[in-house]
Design a protein around this ligand. Structure first.
Ligand code: GLA
Length: 740
């Protein structure tokens, strides 16, 4: 049983293979958090202490017992109103304006299978293996616990959802707030998860960045000054990723206790960790409440997004392996399943806006010649879109520019033997567009105030169904013109003006994100085979919410190999390589001016969904030959990248080399890749220690002809000689040989 209820002690234990997560309903009906860690098979309430603590108030039933205070007890879903002065998960305004509530246990339910959310994405209950096979024995592995807390005065109920994936060592959480009373209330905060720890000292490992430099790891000790990260941009953002790790101070890649949390939400988020006055740590994560004031009329409900939790005491590596497995098996919708993902060429860095139909056909011819599978026509194919100042919203192919209809262009590309993909940015509008001229009120704008522009564009009010439906129909007309295999869905600015003609301002941010999900859901239902690659100026919306609809996301507008290994390293803590859009581009790199060898760019892009973003006409014969080899190599390794286990083998921030490996599930094949980030005179030899191999198995080291034991490869490592050139990269293929 994954969910165990002990009625005598009011104890709920969520059991995975290696972990216990425990809560208790106490004598007053408060839901206390007892434990999240390795299996103990123990009632952990012995750890609760009751002491008279000054200035920590007591609930009415205990007003003569100064030792009971919700200001000091660990809680599962702390809320404003009971004298808990730490950060809280839930805050509500009553009809009379009072910001207060008192949530007590009402009932619970344990059931097989997974809960689901109505308006926000949530993980599946059935496993889809990476090779596309659904269901199977592990379907019964998931159990759900719903605990309902209620506020007697307002009638508001908070349903806390937990699904336990026993074999995967993962627990998902979400919440639904329902107004079961007679009066309107306003929800001012509804986070997804609180984790209280009675003891221990932690670091928050989080990933910050900026446009073209996302996912830079930072490890911040959690002390009495709160560590707060998040986004106020309406998207999960380049600046902070909504996936974090609470790690023991001494946790490393291979050892130490770490709790990871991935928030499946694509809007503004908030994450906070803080030590309280008694050295207890509180961790909170969920949607950002800064502009949230969500009214709930009687009978209405609000969903708080899902988060995905896992705990291990075997360090970051084990945590990442679990998250990769979980996202691939239960979250990512991959229409390609078993099929290799197409190797694409994208027109953006090849031509920017400066193309016509012939350019795209020519790109297709070149791509075919080099062994690629798909050509993607990026921005610039619609309306009067010849620069980034106008025409967003006018989703009508510019036939004059293309020289033919889109359908005809697609047919010409198919005749060359290539698939076709196209760029869209559905959430946006330029003032200089037919759409805006017809519907100026469809953009998010605050009345009487000039809007905030970014890239000269405004954000469409996707909280309104009418707006979404109109854009959907226009985009569907485009996609219906021919066989479109792939769409790159972009979102090139942050949301600033939060005002809608349909919703009160406090609802807009939430309704916007729910609207984007509704659009994506409709799109995937209408075009089930379509691959949607997410993008928001690169990695501005790289999150698990999007992965429900977009199996891959363009990781960064920065395609420089050296910066990319850092960005991809950051992503690897949570997101599997199959989700990471990665392309080989020209040098000098358009974002950094850096010159890296073609082989380095190829090896770096092979740690993701491989493709090219350059003009083949500018390549030398040698480069063309090298690209043909790269594509052959990628196709050879594609299933290893998509289905294999990913291991970080170095820390590029400190080691001067970035190294990683893909290991096949049967541990018979491993591909080690590395990029040398440093080059000095008379340099030291770097040793790369493999991981994930069978220690007793012997492996042939391709090209070198050595046969070495898995143990030697993992314990002592392989030498990498000083590079004698900048940014040298290499790949080492290991193949198990017959005997063990
Ligand atoms: C964003 C994307 C780029 C490209 C441009 C087109 O910046 O991240 O890859 O598609 O938009 O305008």
């Amino acid at each position: 049983m994954a969910v165990v209820y002990d009625p005598e002690h009011g104890l709920f234990t969520l059991k995975t293979k290696d972990t216990d997560y425990q809560m208790k309903v106490d004598e007053l009906g408060y839901l206390l958090h007892l434990y999240y860690g390795s299996r103990t098979d123990q009632n952990m309430d012995y750890r609760l202490t009751f002491l008279d603590r000054g200035f920590s108030g007591n609930p009415a039933e205990k007003h003569l017992d100064k030792t009971y205070s919700l200001d000091t007890l660990p809680q599962e879903y702390p809320f404003k109103g009971t004298g808990d002065y730490r950060g809280i998960a839930f805050k509500m305004e009553n009809a009379d304006g009072a910001v207060s509530c008192d949530l007590r246990y009402l009932r619970h339910e344990i059931r097989d299978g997974k809960y689901s959310l109505n308006r926000l994405p949530s993980a599946r209950g059935e496993r889809t293996d990476y090779n596309g096979v659904s269901g199977g024995a592990s379907a019964a592995n998931v159990q759900t616990l719903v605990i309902v807390l209620a506020d007697a005065v307002s009638g508001v109920e908070v349903e806390l959802y937990y699904s336990v994936y026993e074999a995967e060592n993962v627990i998902t959480r979400a919440a639904k707030i329902r107004n079961g009373g007679a009066d309107r209330v306003v929800i001012r905060r509804a986070l997804s998860c609180c984790l209280d720890s009675l003891s221990g000292s932690y670091d928050l490992v989080h990933f910050h960045g900026r446009h073209t430099y996302e996912m830079q790891r930072e490890r911040t000790p959690v002390g009495h000054a709160a560590v707060t990260i998040g986004s106020r941009r309406g998207t999960s953002s380049h600046q902070h990723n909504p996936a974090v790790i609470l790690a023991d101070h001494n946790a490393t890649e291979e050892s130490g206790a770490v709790t990871g949390c991935i928030l499946s939400f694509s809007g503004s988020f908030l994450c906070e960790a803080e030590k309280d006055q008694f050295e207890q740590t509180r961790f909170l994560i969920g949607m950002n409440d800064e502009q949230l004031a969500y009214p709930l009329m009687p009978g209405e409900e609000l969903e708080a997004p899902e988060c995905i939790l896992s705990y291990t005491k075997q360090g970051f590596r084990d945590l990442s392996l679990r998250f990769h497995d979980f996202l691939r098996a239960y979250v990512i919708r991959d229409p390609y399943g078993r099929k290799p993902h197409p190797v694409l060429i994208n027109s953006w860095e090849a031509a920017y806006f400066d193309f016509d139909g012939e350019t795209i056909v020519h790109l297709a011819e070149e791509a075919k010649d080099l062994g690629m599978d798909m050509v993607v026509m990026d921005d610039g194919w619609f309306g009067q879109r010849n620069d980034d100042l106008r025409a967003l919203g006018d989703w009508t192919p510019n036939e004059e520019k293309l020289g033919c209809s889109l359908g005809e262009l697609i047919r010409r590309i198919e005749e060359k033997g290539l698939k076709f993909g196209i760029w869209i940015e559905p959430e946006m509008v330029n003032e200089d567009s037919d759409l805006y001229r017809a519907h100026p009120d469809w953009a998010l704008k605050v009345p009487g105030k000039a809007p905030v522009y970014a890239r000269n564009q405004l954000v469409l009010d996707f909280s309104r169904k009418e707006v979404r439906d109109s854009i959907f129909n226009n985009i569907a007309k485009v996609l219906d013109q021919g066989h479109v295999s792939y769409v790159k869905w972009d979102m090139n600015r942050s949301v600033a003006d939060v005002y809608s003609l349909e919703h009160v301002p406090g609802k807009v941010r939430y309704e916007y994100v729910a609207g984007v999900y509704a659009f994506l859901k409709a799109l995937t239902e209408r075009y089930p085979e379509l691959i949607i690659e997410g993008c928001s100026g690169g990695g501005g919306r790289f999150d698990a919410g999007m992965l429900h609809y977009e199996p891959q996301i363009w990781a960064s507008d920065n395609s420089d190999a050296c910066d990319r290994v850092m960005i991809q390293y950051g992503l690897s803590y949570f997101y599997p390589s199959s989700t990471v859009g990665a392309h080989v581009s020209a040098v000098p790199n358009h974002q950094t001016g850096r010159i890296t060898p073609l082989s380095t760019r190829g090896i770096t892009a092979m740690a993701g969904t491989f493709g090219y973003e350059l003009d083949p006409a500018k390549l030398t014969k040698e480069e063309r030959d090298e690209i043909r080899t790269q594509i052959r190599d990628y196709k050879r390794f594609e299933s290893l990248v998509r289905e294999g286990d990913y291991y970080r083998l170095s820390d590029p921030f400190t080691d001067g080399i970035s190294a990683w490996a893909f290991v096949s599930p049967d541990r018979c094949t491993a591909l080690i890749s590395y990029v040398c980030l440093e080059n000095h005179g008379n340099m030291d030899v770097k040793y790369i220690r493999a991981a994930g191999l069978d220690p007793e198995q012997r492996y042939a080291v391709e090209a070198e002809g050595n046969i070495l034991s898995g143990a030697a490869l993992m314990e002592a490592g392989l030498p990498v000689l000083p590079p004698l050139m900048d940014y040298k990269a290499g790949q080492i293929l290991l193949k198990a040989v017959g005997e063990t």
